[in-house]
Every structure is written in C-alpha cells, then in structure tokens.
Unconditional design. Structure first.
Length: 333
C-alpha cells in the first residue's frame, strides 16, 4: 500500500484575499527613506513583546501576515460585491501567512507560504486551521508557527485588507502582462485582450484575490487548472512587479515616494523590536526577484468533518531550513 504521506501535494496557500507580503515589502522599502516621525507612527503590537525569538547571527525570520478583516468595508465601492463585509469572514483571519527567511551565511532570501488550512496545534486552544490562530491574537499566531512548525520568528509585520488599494493607488497601479483574455467573475477581474496593462487599485485587488481564474485561449473560457497553487504563483508575480515599481519610484520620483510612504505607514502593524529601516535592507532582494520560493508540502485530509491540510513527508526538509537547521532544499514554490 502506498503511504499517502509520501505523495507530494504542495500547499493550496493563500486563500481569499490580500497580498500581505506585497504590502509589507512596499512599506519597508518606502520607510527606508521615511523620517523618524513617520516610523514612529507605525503601530506596534504590544502583545508580541517577549514572544519573538531573539535573532540569530546566521539568519533572520520575518512572519508576514495579511489580515482579511472587512472592518470599514464601503458598500458603495465598485468592488464591494466581491469583497463583502464582516459577516462574510466570521471574524478576523490571517489570510496570508508567509515566512521571509534571510540567510546571512549564504547571503540569500527565501519565502515560505504557509497554507491557511494547515491543521496545527494552536497553543492554549487546541487543534484547528492555522489561520484561526490569528483570531486569538498575533501573539498566538507567532507561538503557533514557532511551536507547531518549529520555525523561530524574530520579527512580525502585518498589513490589513483595505490598505491594499491605498498603496496601489499611491504606487500608480501595477504593470502586468497577460497572454490571453482573463477574468474572474467572482472578484470582477476582467482583461478583455492580450497585452500589458496598468492595474489600478480595484483591478489589482481583483487579480490578487482571484480564486476562479479563467483564461480564453481558443474562444472558450477555461478555468485555470492550477487551482490554489496557481494563485500563490500569481500573487508572488504581482508582488515582484509591485516591489520593482516601488523601488524605481523611490529613486526617481520623490513626490510619489512621499505618497507611498504615507500610505504604507498607515497600513502596518509590527512587533516592538522591528527596525523598519533595517528591514528595508533585508527586503531589497525581493525588488529584483532574487529569492527562492517555497510552500509547505501538504496533503488533504478530513478531520472532524473539516477539509484541512496536514504536513506531508517532505515538509520537514523545508521547515528545518527555515529553522536554520539544515541546508536549503530545492525550491518548490
């Protein structure tokens, strides 16, 4: 009998909304030239004091979190139907959970996407999906990643759902190219013709949130077969395009840089020990796409009537590297 744990199933990854990693990277790049007062305006999450692991000389890990709160949703917004409000989410969830690993020995950067449906032991609350840990607070989410996955977290950066459009607007949109007409009827994504487009705030959010991505190659609309893994790849592609544009604007357009900084400052929540200027230096490889991508290998399971994901046989290889205990495996993201 084949051991089902040996089957290689990569994480479905980032469900429903936000490109939280994009928020934080653009924010950090912007804050590299921000004033001390602007950095002081960034919200510090007090409950994380004493929870983070002390940084090691060989590596630094950032937990990047995108919150899917609908607090403040505007029913008059053109994309409200695709976003919904607080009744659609059942409380706050960490929709995007990514570990950014800075390997100082190798001078490399890597990101690891943690699927929100991963079944873990949440300290003090029992077994549940990992994204539910955030409901109990950022400190519980950090503790869950550290204890259940064995990955130490040195810094925490969180962005919220609605900041996405503010930052995209300050950035002047994000440029992406499409080989075929593309749509998602649920989020409102619509690309009528092949070509390169500047996606504004609403269409960027529709692209980043797309769960039912369709392309028209032969005159018929076809649902993208890569499912949630395809969404992870698209979000990372969007991330790199956005960060590259942010870096370019920071260097060439001081007025645009100021707008971007102001939007970024209002979007962030970080742990008390995070130095945002230093973090911007660590995050620079992302602007050039110089990072290795990983997802946590998983396989689907039904537990207590819930469809969840559990760690696959190859998961320890990835987790041990992000814990600073092993050589880097081949990227799988």
């Amino acid at each position: 009998m084949t051991d089902r744990r040996s089957r290689k199933r990569f994480a479905p990854g980032l469900n429903v909304i936000t490109l939280g990693l994009f928020f934080l990277v653009v924010s950090a790049v912007g804050l590299f030239v921000a004033t001390r007062q602007q950095e002081a305006n960034v919200e510090r999450v007090g409950e994380l004091d004493g929870v983070m692991t002390d940084s090691q000389s060989s590596f630094v890990n950032y937990l990047l979190v995108g919150s899917d709160t609908r607090e403040g949703a505007d029913p008059n917004s053109v994309d409200y139907g695709g976003i919904g409000d607080t009744t659609d989410t059942g409380g706050n969830r960490s929709d995007t959970i990514i570990v950014l690993h800075i390997d100082n020995d190798r001078d490399t950067a890597s990101i690891m996407s943690i699927p929100r449906d991963l079944w873990v032991d949440i300290p003090g609350y029992g077994l549940d999906r990992v994204n539910a840990a955030y409901t109990h607070g950022p400190d519980v989410l950090v503790q869950t990643v550290q204890t259940s996955l064995g990955v130490p977290i040195n810094h925490y950066i969180e962005v919220d759902f609605f900041s996405f459009k503010d930052i995209i607007g300050a950035l002047g949109g994000v440029d992406l190219c499409f080989e075929h007409p593309t749509r998602d009827l649920n989020t409102g994504l619509w690309i009528g013709e092949p070509g390169c487009y500047n996606l504004g705030p609403v269409m960027s959010l529709a692209y980043a949130r797309s769960r039912y991505y369709e392309v028209n190659r032969t005159g018929e609309w076809e649902v993208d077969g890569s499912a949630d893994l395809g969404r992870v790849i698209r979000q990372q592609k969007f991330l790199q395009a956005a960060v590259a544009k942010a870096a370019q604007q920071m260097a060439s357009n001081p007025l645009r840089a100021s707008d971007l900084i102001n939007a970024a400052v209002g979007s962030l929540r970080v742990d008390p020990g995070t130095n945002l200027v230093e973090s911007a230096e660590f995050l620079r490889p992302l602007a050039a796409g110089g990072l290795a991508r990983y997802t946590v290998p998983t396989y689907p399971e039904e537990i207590g009537g819930k469809s969840v994901l559990v760690l696959g046989a190859e998961a320890p290889n990835v987790l041990r590297y992000f814990a600073g205990l092993d050589e880097p495996p081949l990227p799988n993201g």
